[in-house]
Design a protein around this ligand. Sequence first.
Ligand code: CTP
Ligand code: MG
Length: 167
Amino acid sequence: MVAIWLMLPAYVTNAFAVLTGGGRPIDLGKNFLDGRRIFGDGKTWKGLIGGIVVGMCTGSAQTVLLPSFGPFPLLVLFCLTFGALFGDLCKSFIKRRLDMERGAKAPIMDQLDFILGAWLFLILFAHPWFIENFTSYHVIVILVITPLLHRITNIIGHKLGKKDVPW
Ligand code: CTP
Ligand code: MG
């Protein structure tokens, strides 16, 4: 449970990117060198900003509510929110290079992209916090639980009409 609490800002960021997404794509409709889209229409500015803002607010609220778990300094919140959507963007970039359409299923990538992005940013920019708060047990719990949570939130997103496909 501590593991989920620590990653909650990243989960919220990822979920709210879907809920607030739409409109102008981040790549502005442009193609990469291979003639395919850079990221595709599934990565929008509104989703990026909406996800990060709500994720940051969540982490700040967590720090106020239960300062003993965490707490979440601004730098850590930056890693958990920007890192999450950086991972998500990298995933879409890779999918487009592999000639996969927006929304095409990419099993492990689709589920763990934002977790790996957040961890990468934490390791790079908030290493002491990461080491102090995350044990290998926490890492394993997150890797196992995330695909399940992901499935549930995507089905909800699909029902809300925010996702074309429920994955
Ligand atoms: N979304 C967004 N902006 C982001 C991230 C997500 O608007 N930065 C929204 C889009 O509506 C997107 C949905 O969230 O369709 C689901 O995200 P995801 O599954 O990551 O994108 P896909 O549409 O499946 O596209 P891709 O094939 O690139 O993964
Ligand atoms: Mg997807």
